[in-house]
Design a protein around this ligand. Sequence first.
Ligand code: ADP
Length: 463
Amino acid sequence: MKVFYICSEATPFIKTGGLADIAGSLPKELKRKDIDISVVMPLYSKIKYNLEYQLEYIGYYYVDLSFKHIYTGVFKTVHNGVTHYFIDNEDYFNRDGLYGYDDDGERFGYFSKAVTVLFKYLNQKPDIVHTNDWHTALINLFVRDFSRGDSFYSNIKLIYTIHNLKYQGIFPKSLLWFLGLDESYFNEEELKFYDSINLMKCGIVFSDKFNTVSGTYALEVKHEFYGENLEGIIKKYDFKFRGILNGIDTSYWNPVNDKFIYQNYSLKTIDKKSINKLELQKELGLKEDAETPMFTLISRLVSMKGLDLIVRVIDEILQENIQLVVLGTGDRKFEMIFRQLSYRYPDKLRALIKFDEATSHRLYAAADFLLMPSIIEPCGVSQMIAMRYATLPIVRETGGLKDTVVPFNKYDNTGNGFSFENINAHELLFTIKYAISIYKKESFYKLRENAMNTDSSWAKKSG
Ligand code: ADP
């Protein structure tokens, strides 16, 4: 079976969030199961000019978008046994960031068409094309559209995964014309979304099966609060929809041999974890004290992650004898708030406003607790990583957080973290205080053990 997995980011090449973790680990696991899978993604300049990746140039072809005849280079490399193809066009992908440009519709529309042409260019007819989120959703439409005039594209099964319904790819309908797609696709049943086109909707409508990344989120998105105005279309296509929980790459996220952390440790040598805390405290100029509970927040700094809840009670949280290290980038508002807080609480809080993979590993290893009170969390990767490093997640019971974090039960010492139910800052505060109250008590050590014993691997998920 030939599978192409198409994504806009994947570790280790480029990452802005959990999608990259998934796209970096799921194909590897499927390959291990002898599935012939290749990954295709854009050749961002950060990948192209990183010599570490040793990309091999394959060739080029042209893709037509209205009056534009666009050079499309193809590079390739094999990583973890999986062939990765990269679509090269510097106009579109030689930028500082990945997303957030005025021409994102054109950029990812181009990418989607280029990928669809790539299958034929490589003369590799897929049995399954697996697309992810809005960036690659148009491939579903292109494959169906091309199949009308070219049998190469017929009988290809299309799987579409929604990693986050919040970002849908909404663009003017002129994008259809620009991409060479018939305007008739602009109708209520297909791409039309109010006065625009919606690529997430396109991905759903034109898929054979679609899924999202946890069972709970699959239920949630059928309701208005989580459905982001697509609950109707999701319910309509419920017959081909499922929730499938993500896993993580447990060989990469492994405190036993993690090269980024100060001190490796395992379940047996868990006492050594505290060396990571002491070293981090030294590095950040915080009081070096293994007894002080350390909290971390490793997150995109956006409302969806529940940051308003944290900010609402941050003064109360910081009355406790704790340290908090924030690692993140995102909305300026939150970047500013955490910066200011670090000036107000120099003994307790550090705000590292950057995206830095190595630092994230050190924080997972050093901290005792991870804050993740998301308002919406389709699956969440950070809480699974934290558990692997014996760092107890404190989460809101939503989406994948509900499906992966078992709250502490004081009667039988079960659980692998802490959780609260409502979008309520004081529930968060209470839960944090509850976590502090068991810090370094017998149940704390038991919970850490449970967290480390939690199997979040893809192998577990697929049985
Ligand atoms: P989302 O995909 O919504 O951002 P997830 O929990 O699914 O949230 O995935 C977040 C991933 O991004 C995790 O691997 C986390 O460690 C990483 N991450 C988030 N912010 C940063 C940062 N500032 N620096 C390094 N890694 C980060």
